[in-house]
Design a protein around this ligand. Structure first.
Ligand SMILES: C[S@@+](CC[C@H](N)C(=O)[O-])C[C@H]1O[C@@H](n2cnc3c(N)ncnc32)[C@H](O)[C@@H]1O
Length: 281
């Protein structure tokens, strides 16, 4: 399989400005992690380390891996210690990381990253198989990701705006450009069992999520626009130049504003979370 290198769309500043709630709304999987002082934990798609930092002090050792050099750089700057290291790894090809796979982790955790990592259909099952291989027998994989229907209004707005004839994209092409794979419970259960896991917990939750306020003095870096620019970067990259991107983001926000804004002016996206715990027997 040829490796497709991806552009780094992530920035720890943009992530903090427009998605600081992501590492914070994680009480359930942190409870399922049930951190123990002897645990050796692998955090898949660790980002800037803010989520990892919630359990570093309660475990023996953590390795955070993420495909974004910018996010790993931020994680190392803020949280690197004897107990916590962070390394650039494209988890679509996790099975190639000898040292990570053979480590026999007690627990592997992942928050809000699998819907990006599993986007590529050709490596979807092999990544889950590699996670299974990397655990010790009896070890657990604890995860939360966008589930089927996640941010459906945003995806629909991207498809509706960008399928206008002036862009020249077919709807099928736009689906290819989408950076996300929002798995169903059925797909996840089947895949976890196929690679040898016993599924201990699996649930899907509709969890409307309040966006950050666009009030940090840098227009467009937070709020709805900041979210669209950061999370939808792969759609926007397909446009011809910055002027086209700016006009398109403005149109998408115009379409979304009345859908996501409540009476008090707060803006909420229809997050759907798929979370679970799987044990290696
Ligand atoms: C929404 S952030 C979540 C970060 C962190 N887990 C948290 O809870 O804040 C998604 C992360 O997935 C990472 N990611 C996307 N594709 C990846 C891949 N193929 N391999 C590893 N990480 C990936 C991104 O770089 C990004 O840091």
């Amino acid at each position: 399989m040829t490796e497709q290198k991806k552009k780094d769309h992530w920035s720890s500043e943009a992530y903090a400005a427009s998605a600081s709630f992501v590492p914070n709304l994680t009480q359930k999987i942190l409870a399922w992690l049930s951190p123990q002082p002897t645990d050796r934990v692998l955090d898949i798609g660790c980002g800037d380390g803010k989520f990892t930092a919630k359990f570093i002090d309660h475990v023996g050792y953590v390795l955070g891996v993420d495909a974004s050099p910018a996010m790993i750089d931020a994680a190392n700057k803020s949280y690197r210690s004897e107990k916590a290291e962070f390394r650039v790894v494209d988890c679509r090809y996790l099975e190639r990381e000898e040292g990570v796979i053979s480590a026999g982790w007690d627990k592997i955790i992942s928050n809000a990253a699998l819907h990006w990592i599993l986007r590529d259909e050709s490596t979807r099952t092999s990544t889950i198989r590699a996670i299974h291989s990397a655990l010790r027998p009896g070890g657990r994989f604890i995860f939360e990701q966008g589930g089927h229907g996640n941010v459906g209004e945003v995806l629909t707005a991207f498809l509706a705006v960008l399928s206008h004839p002036r862009y020249g994209f077919s709807v099928a092409r736009l689906h290819e450009l989408s950076p996300w794979y929002f798995a169903t419970e059925d797909w996840m259960r089947r895949t976890l069992e196929e690679v040898g896991f016993v599924v201990e917990q699996l649930e899907i939750e509709y969890r409307p999520t309040r966006l950050t306020e666009d009030d940090n003095g840098k227009p467009g870096s937070s709020g709805l626009e900041g979210w669209i620019r950061l999370m939808g970067a792969q759609f926007l990259e397909a446009l011809k130049d910055d002027a086209d991107r700016d006009a398109t983001v403005a149109r998408i926000c115009e379409v979304l504003e009345p859908v996501v804004t409540r009476e008090d002016g707060s803006r909420w996206l229809g997050y759907v979370r798929l979370r679970g715990v799987a044990r290696k027997v």
